[in-house]
Ligand binder design. Structure first.
Ligand code: LLP
Length: 425
């Protein structure tokens, strides 16, 4: 995260002091770097230069309009999983023909809206979905462009909650069922088969699962085309991991090089457009969660037992530690070398023992100090909630020496706005 740097002991986001953001906007606040997001996208784009590759951004990682707008203007496509996400792409003037619609449970209303908008492709995940989509498109006098999400049964070697390409997962059409599903899709009047896709999981830190999934897909493309169904694109999903602690994922460039090498040897693969649906690897290391220490709670006997730093961010703001025992780095916003360092658990104000954000960290802290929870750009704000009636955090994007509030802190009025009491008798 080279956009985060200390200058004279104070942590800066690009050229803006974190202290200033906290003073102006308050805490907890997610802080993103425009340069880091663009840098990540451009690395993918440059690695694919001269090829027919569409890099989609998986909105679920962080759907803030400013981020979508930034990436749309760079030429990204988008991977969406709901009507809400489609509305976000359309709200910034994104090109619907560069949108792929993923997800196992698309409702009829979502299909209608996506067809109306003209999304580029539906990534279909089951036989009943094929029927529903065909009927829906036919009733609208349209044909839906479809790809079938194949579940290649490849182990992504990642956390079980974020592994999606194994037989026991709910995702995709089983590999052995794929051929008959393609035949069915090709025969349905409301559908036009255009591609094939897979997504095997997230936070993948090795090349081999990507290559294994690619091999299975390439093998299938031959069998599919042998049955007279022509494919135009190959969508390999997202999933490239990032460094939270000491993981060493393949670089964006080496992933592409390895994939291209295999694809180029394959007659169908090399003719098809290649697509990706990256989320975490575009935004994960481009954001931190800025938070203030409310209290330091010392153990009854000094030096024995846990010391807690109770901060104003909680599991409702960053749920990854509670849900996956995820590790996020913690940086003091002002280094205080004169303070003794102590081992703290960083916890939030929410009434759950699972409400922790980092454990056993050596830090030099006083009440009122600011901390930055690192690598919080992906699946931070997007998974946040109002648990304990906590308004959602603000979001800020830094651009060199300026910053913009890209989502203001949720107000208490907004928190209550959609609710009502029963009529009084
Ligand atoms: N495409 C599909 C169909 C997906 O299901 C996902 C993520 C992506 C693309 C983007 O994957 P990425 O490039 O971000 O790995 N909440 C979890 C991650 C869940 C990922 C769900 N699907 C976390 O915080 O680690």
């Amino acid at each position: 995260m080279d956009w985060l740097e200390y200058q004279n002991g104070a942590l800066f986001a690009e050229k803006v002091a974190m202290q200033r953001i906290a003073a102006d906007v308050g805490t907890p606040t997610f802080v993103y770097s425009k340069a880091a997001i663009l840098g990540a996208f451009r690395e993918f784009r440059d690695a694919a230069a001269g090829r027919d590759v569409l890099i989609c951004y998986a909105l679920k990682a962080n759907p803030n309009l400013a981020i979508i707008d930034l990436l749309a203007r760079e030429g990204a496509g988008f991977d969406i999983v709901s009507l809400g996400e489609l509305r976000r792409v359309l709200a910034v003037g994104g090109d619907p023909s560069r949108v792929v619609f993923s997800g196992v449970g698309k409702s009829l209303a979502e299909m209608q809206a996506a067809l109306q908008a003209g999304v580029g492709c539906f990534n279909v995940e089951s036989i009943p979905e094929l029927h529903r989509l065909s009927d829906c498109a036919q009733a609208m006098g349209l044909r839906a462009r479809v790809s079938l999400r194949v579940n290649p049964d490849v182990d992504p070697k990642t956390h079980p909650y974020i592994s999606t390409g194994l037989k026991q997962n709910k995702f995709g059409i089983a590999h052995e069922q794929a051929l008959s599903a393609y035949e069915l899709a090709a025969s349905l009047p409301g559908l036009e088969v255009v591609g094939i896709d897979c997504h095997i999981g997230s936070q993948i830190t090795e090349l081999s699962p990507f290559l294994a999934a690619l091999d299975k897909l390439l093998e299938l493309t031959e069998a599919i085309e042998a049955r007279g169904v022509r494919l135009h694109h190959l969508d390999l999903g997202g999933g490239l991991g990032i460094t939270y602690q000491d993981e060493v994922p393949p670089s964006r460039q080496s992933l592409f090089e390895a994939l291209f090498q295999r694809i180029d040897r394959h007659p169908i693969g090399s003719r098809c457009r290649l697509m990706f649906e990256f989320g975490r690897s575009l935004v994960g290391n481009a954001g931190v969660l800025l938070s203030r220490v409310e209290y330091l709670k010392q153990p009854p006997v000094p030096g024995q037992g846990k010391a807690f730093a109770i901060i104003d961010a909680a599991m409702n703001d960053l749920m990854r530690p509670a849900l996956y025992e995820a590790w996020h780095g913690v940086s003091e916003v002002q280094l205080k070398p004169a303070l003794p360092s102590q081992c703290f658990d960083l916890v939030g104000p929410v009434c759950e023992s699972g409400d922790w954000l980092a454990r056993d960290r050596e830090l030099r802290l006083e009440p009122g100090d600011l901390v930055a929870l690192r690598s919080a750009g992906a699946y931070g704000m997007s998974m946040s909630s109002n648990y304990n009636s906590r308004p959602r955090a603000a979001e800020v994007m830094v651009d060199e020496d300026r910053y913009t509030v890209i989502r203001r802190r949720e107000s208490y009025e907004a928190l209550l706005a959609d609710e009502s009491v029963l009529p009084r008798a």
